[in-house]
Write a protein that binds this ligand. Sequence first.
Ligand code: SAM
Length: 447
Amino acid sequence: MKLSEIHGALKALGTQPTRSLGQNFLHDQNLADWMVDQLDIQPGESWLELGPGLGALTQCAVRRSSAGVLIEKDGRLAGYLREHYPQLEIVHGDATEYDVRSLFARGPVKVIGNLPYYVSSQILFQFTGEPSPVCMLSFTLQKELAERLSAEPRTKAYGALTLLLGRRWRVKYLRTLGPAVFTPAPKVDSAVVLLTPRPAGELPECDGARFNKLVKQGFSQRRKQLRKMLPECTDRWAELCAALGVEPTVRAEELSILQWINLTNLIDGRAGHDGAALARQAQDVHGERFDVVDENDHVIAQASRHEVHEGNLRHRAVHVFVFDRHGQLFLQKRSRWKDRHPSVWDSSAAGHLNAGQDYDDTARRELAEELGVEAPVELVARIAACPETGWEFVGLYRAQHQGPFKLPPAEIETGGFFSIDQVKHWIASRPQDFAPGFLRCWAEFNR
Ligand code: SAM
């Protein structure tokens, strides 16, 4: 938008920029176009803008795709945007309170924003946290924050923030913006960053919650030696440092992201760091044998995992739906390393019956193995073997648990609770995001 257009719009609305809402409006149209270009939005692709203001970026993004959602906290500006962009969904609300899970129904979403600086970090974590369908973000931030996100080890800017985001996202510092491109001009420089998910296998898998906790602990007093910040590791410190190839006097800021992940895995006693290898190990457990059953679920033979799947032999499995106290369903995203149905969403826990095992015991075992919890299970339905279940006779169970869960990274990429409405909308608009066995169970559950 031109400077004159911004002043004209504010005048027509009878308002002034509100400093407490971080209202600095971009008046450089080339810059706005360049920023939106960074996301390479294709026709029909979903995008989301946070803090759209008077629409400096919106007008560029909407030319590329009309599948956009805007979240604006200022009611007068939200009203203005509704008038000017009737084709977009406009949410008058606080981006830090927005329920990102409702976006799954839109498929992968690209996010853009000249963010209000007073809540930039909160917004960053909100939209990059797990689980989230966000596949790319381009944000204007205060320059200092942008430097912290993209910092290298052993620099002043490198810290917990760099690592908490950097484990799952590549952060690229694109360019610095002086105050003069905004009206009113802010007192500080700004910078544009681009965040893209780290490709599969670029870094080893690890327990994300454990990693975050260690990093926060390690950086809570950054000038101190790490040994002093992680007292629970004192007994094994020399051994851990030798394995990481660092001196025992190392400080938090001297470890790279890879070393922090390796430290997490060493502390967790997880030897194999490579996701593919871990998944192979997990699937090798399938040296186990399964009961092969007839069309009435009577055992007629035994076979290996490979044989039942290759030969479409009827066998047995359980699915467990875990609900929290609000009636939300926990869904897991299958690991990208899985041999069957990788990277799609599935029941809270699911797995095969080994030869001779019964359904109830297996449901409890799967809760323990996949979510790391114990809870009573209740049989909800039995589903006959069919192509959607992969020729499994399924015992469908329900259980109640609030989490937190401990997800095995080789098997499960992420997970989260979703309201029943969110699941319904998501399935209706994007059934391809789900494992066919889950869809069959969901249909049975809702009969
Ligand atoms: N995108 C516009 C532009 O580039 O001209 C405006 C950018 S201005 C830096 C930040 C915008 O975020 C303002 O419109 C402000 O009202 C809005 N905002 C402030 N806090 C917000 C919040 N918590 N959630 C959503 N929008 C917010």
